[in-house]
Write a protein that binds this ligand. Structure first.
Ligand SMILES: [Zn+2]
Length: 426
């Protein structure tokens, strides 16, 4: 039972050609002709190994290898194949190709699986076309957490709504049919390149993700008054002074909450941005990550920010507006997600048997697996990213030998999880 690295390389290299920016990384936004070309390639590769191929009401692409018990819940493996603008050849695609290769090996070796195995290829993970808050859309639909109105409210830079884009691509969005019934999936495993340098820095070959933080995002607008810099100090309403106080307040609040919560103002614009004026307006973005479920049950972050803002308004006379940039259907921050400890144990054992060094990671970026974990036991297998761990960039790079090791871990995990009914009694 061996994976064929040449085939994997061919898949990665072929998929990288379906880009809107040849010579400058991979640009494959959702529901574009590049998306279509990648999908057609995947469909033809899935058909070559006799998978039953279909698409759900939300453009998720599936390839199914039947199980000895067709009624049993499926082992779902895969990732996304959309990219950001000028992204790399590995983010997302690595996991789709890994899933495909696993089922090729199953087919070649006549490996018997009691549980059906399905590949899922998702095409709107990055949310790059329709903007912040629109990512991980396919997985949200699959678990029944996609809110219908997003189809019309989410628009690309040309004003095309997600609904319209999907229809033009050939799908009439049908959320009801995209939602998988409770109990129909046994587990989901996503292989992905690490979006950071931790594995490479620690010289580890495999990363097993333990938890994902919950994420909160806030926008704050500061409305002061336009005045020349000659204005006396006591009549000013300086938006930047108010914003500065808020930056410090966020830092103070999060330190006081503790429990591993992290966050800061990471974006700040002021206008006019000129030495001749007292800033009239400022806008700040806050991003917060929560690792401990307890933190959210004990603190209401919005209220904490609000309290400080009222004090700053009083002091500076600047009007301040706070809003949560929440994913539709969620309170903000989203709760932390936890990967299946049991499946991580299995993967750890496989790494030991294969002689691959592995480490547990707490990852900071967003993935479909985070959504899936609300619904079914879920795991992520990370492989190292080179060149300082950069992703979402034309220079994104994973050594093929490292990718092969990740696929091995996926292969043996799927083999174990899909094998016999008896072995799987919890
Ligand atoms: Zn990704």
């Amino acid at each position: 039972m061996k994976i064929n690295l040449d085939r994997v390389i061919k898949d990665i290299e072929t998929l990288a050609t379906f880009t809107a920016t040849p010579g400058n990384g991979v640009t494959r936004l959702s529901y574009t002709k590049e998306d279509r070309a990648a999908r057609e390639y995947l469909i033809s590769e899935m058909k070559k190994i006799g998978l039953k191929v279909w698409e759900d009401g939300f453009s998720n692409l599936f390839g199914r290898r039947e199980g000895k018990n067709p009624e049993a819940p499926v082992i779902l493996i895969g990732s996304h194949y959309d990219s950001v603008t000028n992204g790399g050849a590995f983010d997302g695609v690595a996991g789709v190709v890994a899933a495909l290769e696993v089922l090729r090996v199953f087919e070649e070796n006549n490996i018997e699986n009691y549980y059906p195995i399905e590949i899922i290829a998702m095409n709107a993970e990055e949310g790059h076309r329709f903007g912040v808050g629109t990512g991980v859309a396919n997985s949200r639909a699959l678990i029944g957490r996609f809110v219908e109105e997003e189809l019309d409210l989410a628009k690309d830079k040309n004003g095309i709504s997600k609904r319209q884009a999907m229809i033009e691509y050939g799908f009439t969005p049908d959320l009801e049919s995209a939602k998988r019934p409770e109990g129909s999936i046994k587990t989901f495993i996503e292989l992905h390149v690490e979006q950071g340098p931790i594995l490479d820095n620690n010289k580890k070959e495999i990363g097993l993700v333990e938890d994902f933080p919950g994420i909160g995002r806030y926008k704050v607008k500061f409305q002061g008054e336009l005045k020349a810099t000659t204005a006396p100090m006591d009549i000013r309403k300086d938006a930047l002074v108010a914003a500065s106080k808020f930056v410090l307040a966020v830092n103070k609040i999060l330190k006081e909450i503790g429990g591993g919560i992290t966050g800061n103002v990471g974006e700040l614009t002021i206008s006019p941005n000129s030495h001749q004026f007292v800033p009239e307006f400022a806008e700040a973005s806050v991003e917060v990550r929560v690792f401990d479920d307890k933190v959210l049950s004990e603190v209401n972050l919005y209220e904490e920010f609000k309290k400080e803002i009222e004090a700053i308004e009083e002091e500076t006379k600047v009007k301040i507006e706070l809003s949560e940039v929440a994913r539709r259907g969620y309170s903000n921050p989203t709760p932390p997600s936890h990967m299946s400890a049991k499946n991580n144990e299995i993967a750890k054992k496989i790494c030991d048997e294969l002689g691959y060094s592995c480490m547990v990671l707490k990852e900071g970026t967003g993935h479909d697996a985070m959504m899936m974990s609300e619904f079914i036991p879920t795991n992520m297998i990370f492989v190292p990213s080179k060149r300082g761990g950069i992703t979402h960039h034309p220079d994104e790079w994973t050594e093929y030998e490292d990718l092969k090791k990740g696929i091995d871990v996926l292969l043996y995990s799927v083999k174990e999880l899909s094998s016999s009914e008896e072995m799987q009694q919890d």
